[in-house]
Design a protein around this ligand. Sequence first.
Ligand SMILES: [Zn+2]
Length: 708
Amino acid sequence: MNWKRYTVTAALPYANGPKHIGHLAGAYLPADIYARYLRLNKRDVIFVCGSDEHGTAIPIQARKENTTPRAIIDHYHNLLKDNFSKLGISFDVYHRTSEPIHHETAQEFFKVMYDKGLFTEEISEQYYDNEAKAFLADRYIVGTCPNCGNENAYGDQCERCGKTLSPKELINPHSTLSGTQPVLKETKHWYMPLQNYEPWLKEWLLQGHKDDWKSNAYGQCKSWIDAGLQPRAMTRDLDWGIKVPLKDAEGKVLYVWFDAPIGYISATKQLFKEIEEGKQEFSYSQAHEAYKGAKADDWKLYWQNEETKLVHFIGKDNIVFHCIIFPAMLHAHGEFILPDNVPANEFVNLEGDKMSTSRRWSVEMYEYLEEFPGKPDELRYVLASILPETKDSEFTWKDYQTRINSELVGILGNFVNRVVVLTDKYFEGKVPPSKPSEELQAYITEQRDKIGTSIENYRLREALTELMNIARYGNKLLTEKEPWKTFKHSPEQTGVVLYDCLQIIANLAILCEPFLPFTSSKLFAMLNLNAANLLWGNAGRQNLLETGHKLGAAELLYQKIEDDVIQKQIDKLKNTLPVNNTPPTQNTKPVQPTEVSAPKAEITYDDFSKLDLRVGTILTAEKVEKADKLLKLSVDLGFETRTIVSGIAAFFKPEEIIGLQVSVVTNLAPKKIRGIESKGMILLAEDEIGSLVFISPKKGMKNGSIIR
Ligand SMILES: [Zn+2]
């Protein structure tokens, strides 16, 4: 199909925290490479994204940080927008779902479906907090997991064993708002009967996209559809979000997964509104030629015209929403096009473990930008080389260093540097006399088309390899022809080789732009190449640099990454592990030996002998009021019984640990915790999934026995 225009979206990041480089590799970098490539081909493309600012996690985060939801979203929206821009992610618009235009768009969408009779109303019982006077979203209910006994499982999922839960399955549920036990109360919600869309989904998705969608997205959808779809509530009892536009829906908002994908549509509306008002800055000028004189209403071309190709770039955790629920909504509404493809990526792991911001096992985008200033292309390059296109991949700092030093510096940077230096030396920085080589043009054209085909088929790693092969080709040419040797007896011969090499660099300047936009503009400056040449079709088709053309000032493209820089990053990671009591889910690999925290500084024997360590028996254990993590214990130490407050409530039920022998530091200065004087500390070790275990004697011992 010959598409007339393209709508490219990248998953809306949730504005409740920073986003890490795994997110970048999951959706934003691949989408950016694709959009940049389309622009270079003068295709009519818009690339839209924005912050997802609704959902339960935002007010929860606000409570945690003792602030308002508005403050949270403002902070993280600005942070994310800034991070993306510094990493060269070239959104045409970075919207936010708290904007009025989005609220209107989402409400209108809901209303159309409602008026068509596409929702079913159901009254169900849901947990209600009598003290806070609010229905409780799943995340606001904590209780014991029926599967693994974790006492801090959430109403939707147990983060220790990974099991998906419903609040009613929790044993001993309590509200995180007031700490009280919630009661079941009737509430009405609007459901989308997804089962009604099964026949259509089978035809459109399972038959229609069998061959062109990646197997992860296709496979996940197939197993969902084969298992039978269930009605899904599209409204929630919550005071943060988009009000349900119905009279009898007081206190209800749209389900965040109903409103968030509509954010792509409202982002497009915002973009064209700004274009009409003349506010939009055209930073990606060639692509925007198509927009000159565009009107606010033209957003419809990108969402409601059959000749538009809609592509959603996402991570695998969003597959079901983008491949089943959102398309079903678009189809049900009736006026919208459907995604032509949903290139979903798997996850990038970090140094052998799943990346996680809450466990602080991550490299956040803002951290990278702070610690590696001026190196956005280095990160883009490494991530593009390891994009998790078909399976999870692995980011390690050593690999980051190797790829930069041996590939970016060693192959691309080295080639450019040698050619520019030699041209300066022998030809006063001017393109030497020669004529275009047909062989070279044929080679570049072939590479250009290979790279293009790979990008159009969402095989970006392959495309990057072919790009680097051009630089390898250039290095080989230099090594074989040795122009520095020929200059004495035949300057013409030297000129011919450098002429060809300069043409290769000019072609690289064009072809690398989707992957390495900052490098591309540096190369354009170094070659003093007219920016109008920055079009995909120019690669291989003409001699980009004429004989006699004066090059610009040379600069170093990349610098080697030294060992200590990498070691610092590795140390930083190790020192922040382990950090909290949220254990990773079951699919996390056990912690590798290399991930054990770094040893502490040496102490003297005298330092150690100052500690009074004893065996004791826990006599009583009870929860500390309004403190989720604390247990108040009384411990028999032989010579006396002590009160000790310990942060172990997430891991042990009080009744389970009574009678247990443990190791106790008895001569710590007393400390008041929640008004209780705690005299001593129980020794614990943290296991590979972040759970705590007591250090207990194997056989029964006399209380008060000294540990040394
Ligand atoms: Zn569990």
